[in-house]
Design a protein around this ligand. Structure first.
Ligand code: NDP
Length: 323
């Protein structure tokens, strides 16, 4: 079968489109024949080595497709079931992948393969961030960076659905306009502007209850300065590079702030947590409370171009690869 492989960490050119042996499922594993593959910013961290992985390696954590082989003792799915997964093993940029059956979820009929691959990882992330890390309730003021991005678009819509006042930020006016169209109450263009906290406080003088920050280095200081006392800084990504180290005393000085650096894997560690998180996501998708824009499609062979577009901030919403 065809797959993307990297021999060494590096730029998008490190990704090779090659022939590899088709994997067979072992005990309690299933093989998923991919119809759509999700592209996530974390895939670029695996490629560059910001997050180290054993090499050589495949890439990609997320795909949707059909169960076409079942290993010994696996009983969660039947041949032909429509499923999706997003928590490894790394190697979703391929025509098929093998994984433990407990890492896949069944797709409702109403959710297409493209929409599943565009939204499972990003939407389950939005769900745990908004419902578990900091439980957003009506009246909360939330600041969401990269609001027109894959995770960002879902966060904005879901936070509005929960009754929050949403202040969005984005890197261009066109992207801010996308956030407004998704019902963000305010959308700031902050590209190159580290000092955005005064603009946030011009909207809500006390500051925000929670910041959802997947941008990292470039928004770090401004995000801390945008929080009200006892507010929570949720640093969940590094699109602009990892944030700097912080001394605990800084959190006291800025208002007894809470700081967390969460990851999806810990919030979906058990099958029950995975199913509960996915069910909540599918419910907001099926009700229309959260809409996923049709993802930009690239051929699997063109995965490197998808990475170039994502890293150069050209994209809005989600990208998928088609095998
Ligand atoms: P996005 O579609 O959001 O793409 C990243 C966006 O970040 C860009 O479009 C851009 O938006 C913004 N950005 C700001 N500065 C830079 C920069 N220097 N280089 C590149 N982009 C920049 O990606 P995803 O939706 O896949 O992921 C969003 C974030 O969420 C990532 O940091 C990712 O690692 C994180 N994540 C974390 C998870 C977790 O559980 N911890 C799970 C899933 C994702 P703009 O131009 O508007 O600034």
């Amino acid at each position: 079968m065809k797959a993307i492989r990297i021999e060494q960490h590096g730029g998008p050119e490190a990704m090779a489109f090659v022939d590899v042996a088709e994997p067979s499922p072992g005990p309690h594993e299933i093989r998923v024949r991919h119809h759509a593959i999700g592209v996530n910013f974390i895939d670029t961290y695996h490629r560059t080595g910001l997050y180290t992985i054993p090499l050589p390696s495949g890439l990609g954590l997320e795909a949707a497709g059909i169960v076409d082989a079942i290993g010994e003792g696996a009983a969660r799915f039947e041949l032909g079931d429509r499923v999706a997964y997003c928590s490894g093993p790394i190697g979703a940029y391929a025509e098929a992948n093998v994984l433990n059956e407990g890492r896949a979820v069944r797709l409702p009929d109403a959710i297409s393969y493209d929409i599943a691959a565009a939204s499972l990882l990003k939407g389950m992330t939005a769900r745990y961030l908004l419902r578990k890390t900091f439980r957003v309730e009506p009246g909360h003021v939330v600041l969401i960076h990269a609001a027109a991005g894959g995770v960002g678009q879902i966060l904005v819509q879901w936070a509005k659905h929960l009754g929050a006042l949403v202040i969005a930020s984005a890197g261009s006016e066109a992207k801010a306009e996308i956030a407004r169209a998704l019902r963000a109450d305010h959308a700031l263009v902050i590209r190159g502007d580290q000092d955005f906290a005064p603009r946030v406080r011009a909207i809500v003088k006390e500051g925000v209850h929670v910041v959802y920050d997947g941008v990292g280095k470039d928004t770090w200081e401004g995000s801390l300065d945008s929080l009200r006392p006892l507010g929570m800084m949720v640093s969940f990504g590094n699109a602009s590079g990892p944030p700097p180290p912080i001394a605990p005393g800084v959190l006291a000085a800025k208002g007894s702030l809470f700081l967390t650096r969460p990851g999806l894997a810990h919030y979906t560690a058990t099958v029950e947590q995975l199913d509960e998180t996915a069910a909540d996501l599918f419910a907001v998708l099926e009700s229309g409370a959260v809409k996923i824009a049709p993802p930009k499609r690239h051929a699997l062979a063109d995965a490197a171009q998808a990475h170039r577009d994502l890293e150069s901030r050209k994209t809005a919403g989600s990208l998928v690869l088609k095998p």
